[in-house]
Design a binder for this molecule. Structure first.
Ligand SMILES: [Zn+2]
Length: 242
């Protein structure tokens, strides 16, 4: 982020795990300030923590969430030195797996006046290998109108983008376990604070939180398509439609 000339810093925080255990973490926060004052702030998030080593097992977390962090870095490189009509921030969050602590802390530190519109774009588990080549864009009902046609306007030859506000629908299309997608990742910290969000992900992953979540189990071509789609979406994003 520093090499790309972003205004970047570490954001340390403390949180309690379980009942009493005091833990610490740190987010990485990078911002590209626009040349002129703007009324909108787009905040891209991807958690960089995972399960680490447990016993003899190493949990690599290729999909959860190296996929999101790599996408965040790629997108940061695309927009470096090219301010958009909104403030764009990149936040690699810590302690997501323990309960979204990094995102919660980041949101608690946000200082905004009421005239600023915030959109969180959260990237988590962007690379699942499955016959159905679908990227999900999970958004709250309230922002669906503002975002749906902007999402639909981005074309991709191979990937299908499914816009949804319903965990039930997403679970049904996924044929996996029942997951509460609204609360499943860092976007929930923004949702709770009343901010708009889009969560991009590929849904249920049979390798989730297993040591088999490795590079060999992700669909790299599909992943590239997904990241290109999200990059285009940000480049064309019209925050005045909110
Ligand atoms: Zn995750």
């Amino acid at each position: 982020m520093q090499q790309l000339d972003y205004d970047s810093q570490l954001q340390p925080f403390k949180y309690t795990a379980g009942f009493f255990t005091e833990m610490s973490g740190q987010n990485v926060v990078a911002t590209l300030m626009p040349k002129h004052p703007v009324k909108a702030h787009v905040i891209l998030t991807a958690h960089y923590d995972h399960l680490g080593k447990q016993g003899h097992n190493l949990y690599a977390g290729a999909n959860d969430n190296a996929s999101g962090v790599s996408a965040l870095l790629f997108i940061a490189a695309q927009f470096a030195g090219a301010p958009l009509p909104f403030q764009l921030s990149f936040v690699a969050t810590d302690a997501e797996e323990n309960g979204l602590h990094g995102a919660e802390f980041f949101v608690s530190q946000l200082q905004l006046d009421d005239s600023i519109t915030v959109l969180n774009i959260n990237l988590d588990m962007l690379a699942v290998s499955r016959p159905k080549k679908t990227l999900y864009a999970f958004i709250a009902n309230a922002q669906r109108q503002a975002l749906q046609h902007q999402l639909a306007a981005i074309s991709s030859d191979t990937i299908k983008v499914k816009v949804t506000s319903s965990s039930n629908i997403m679970n049904r299309l996924n044929t996996g376990e029942k997951i509460d997608w609204r609360r499943a990742s860092d976007h929930y910290a923004f949702a709770k604070a009343g901010f708009a969000y889009i969560y991009f992900g590929m849904g249920y992953d049979p390798h989730h939180h297993k040591s088999s979540d490795q590079l060999s189990n992700i669909d790299q071509q599909l992943y590239i398509e997904a990241v290109n789609y999200i990059t285009q979406f940000i480049a064309q994003l019209d925050m005045t439609k909110f």
